[in-house]
Structures are given as C-alpha cells and as structure tokens.
Design a protein around this ligand. Structure first.
Ligand SMILES: Nc1ncnc2c1ncn2[C@@H]1O[C@H](COP(=O)(O)OP(=O)(O)O)[C@@H](O)[C@H]1O
Ligand SMILES: [Mg+2]
Length: 255
C-alpha cells in the first residue's frame, strides 16, 4: 500500500530523515515509535505530500507522492484520513463543519448526504447530536473523538494517527485505543499510528517499527519488540534514562 525508499529530509543542517525505508501492507496497523522530535510527524507529512523529500521517494498505491500536483494531489489526500496531533480542530467551525470538512470542500455531495455521513462518523466514535457545538464546548477526549470522526468521514483507505493518546488520561487513552481497533476491523483500513505511548503501541499494533537517527532501526510483531535484545529499542520501550540513546542537547552542558 505504501512504500518508502531511502527517504532523506533535512531542516537547515539537521538531518531528520536519513535514508528511511519502510513498507506498509494493506490492512495492517503499523505503529511507528520513537522519541519526541525524532521525525515521526515529518514522516507522516511526506505520505500525504505536505512535505517533499530532499531525496528518496514515497509511493502510495503505486503513485509517487512527490510527482502529484493539483487535482491528483487532492485525490491522493482523499485516500487518507488523518488524526492530527492535538486533534487540530478549526475553532471557528462547528463540529459538523469540522467533521465534514473534506466532503464540503472537495466534493459536490448535497448537504443532506454530508450531514448523514457526518452523523455516521460521529456515531462510530460514540458521539451523537453534537454537530452544532463549537470545539471550545468540548472536553479533550471529545475533541480527539471529533478529530477521529473527521479522519474517517470520507471513508479513507488509510488512516494516519499522530499521537492519538498523547495528553489524555489513561482511561480516555484506552478508549481511543479501542476505537482505533474497532474502526480498523469495521472499515478494513490500513492504519499508521505514530506514538511514544508503548501501552497503546502494544495494544493496537499488528506491527511495530522504531524510528531512530532518521531510520527505521527495528520492526517486528508487538511480541518481538517486547522481547528485543536491541539495546536502543530496549532503552526506549523501558523508558530508561541510561543507555545508548543520549540526548544530544545535554551533551553541550558541563556540570
Ligand atoms: N517545517 C519544519 N521546519 C523546520 N524544522 C522542522 C519542521 N518540521 C519539523 N522540523 C524539525 O524536525 C524534527 C522532527 O520533528 P517532528 O517530526 O515533528 O518530531 P516528532 O517525532 O516529535 O513528531 C524536529 O527537530 C523539528 O524541529
Ligand atoms: Mg509529532
């Protein structure tokens, strides 16, 4: 479904993605783990053509993303649903306009049909009759679920989740995990979840890949990752301050 070949991306002189290779199969839920700032969101943005590679390529459904422009790029993006980090709802729009955004902007569907689809998307995340509300009237967990409803409203083939559980309490986080699993099995979509929450990674992932130093350094089933002997992966999944992963920023300090 998605193939990433030797992807390189620098910002200023900093190499964020540095020869990243990854293949994502149809119908799987791949979880990409890695530290804050390691390039997880940057990677997702390459998949939908928000960022362009310095070199290398991202191929979605046989199409090279960087070659697509205008209408073709919109078509590509319609294959995706995306739950942005922090839900990123438009504050001035109500829930209906937020969830139906892509359908309102990019299709000629009649409003009644869009209303129906928005209602269905909201129902699948256990929300009813909140179409008229503004984001400011919603709790954090509700905002995430509205963001999730928006991600699935255009019946995408692939859903990208950028840190879906970050900032939520553990119970709300687990509800979101359950929703990801349920949407996956109901809609048979390909899911890509980016997170540093290992509880969520083990629960929702059919496969886990770790991004480190601009590359995918390990990938395997949740069990394989749990039992890995790789010292870098072990340090990350165990959340240990001591180990081969060093904080480059701290190397500048001398105590
Ligand atoms: N548009 C941009 N311009 C400059 N630097 C960026 C941009 N987007 C991301 N970066 C940098 O790239 C690195 C990776 O960012 P990001 O992918 O957001 O990390 P995360 O893994 O936490 O999602 C960070 O150091 C960030 O500052
Ligand atoms: Mg991010």
């Amino acid at each position: 479904m998605i193939k990433i070949n030797d992807l390189h991306k620098n910002f200023d002189s900093q190499a964020v993605l540095n020869g990243l290779n990854l293949e994502i199969k149809k119908g799987e839920t791949i979880v990409i783990i890695g530290r804050s700032g390691c390039g997880k969101s940057v990677l997702l943005k390459h998949m939908i053509g928000i960022l362009e590679p310095d070199s290398g390529e991202v191929i979605v459904d046989g199409q090279r993303v960087a070659d697509l422009k205008g209408k073709d790029l919109v078509q590509l993006r319609m294959k995706f649903g995306m739950l942005f980090q922090g839900a990123a709802l438009f504050d001035s729009l109500d829930v209906y306009e937020n969830v139906g955004f892509a359908l309102i902007e990019h299709t000629k569907l009649p409003e009644a049909e869009i209303r129906k689809r928005v209602r269905r998307a909201l129902e699948s995340v256990d929300l009813v009759d909140i179409e008229h509300k503004k984001p400011a009237e919603l709790s954090g967990g509700m905002k995430k679920r509205v963001g999730l409803a928006r991600a699935i409203c255009n019946t995408p083939q692939i859903v990208l989740y950028d840190e879906p559980t970050t900032g939520l309490d553990p119970i709300m986080a687990d509800m979101i995990n359950d929703l990801i699993i349920r949407l996956q099995s109901q809609l048979k979509i390909t899911s890509i979840v980016v997170t540093h929450d290992m509880t969520s990674a083990y629960k929702v992932g059919t496969r886990i890949a770790m991004l480190y130093d601009g590359k995918i350094i390990t990938q395997g089933s949740p069990n394989e990752i749990r039992n890995t002997q790789d010292p870098v992966v072990r340090q990350f999944i165990n959340g240990a301050a001591k180990g081969p992963i060093t904080d480059k920023r701290n190397n500048d300090f001398h105590f």
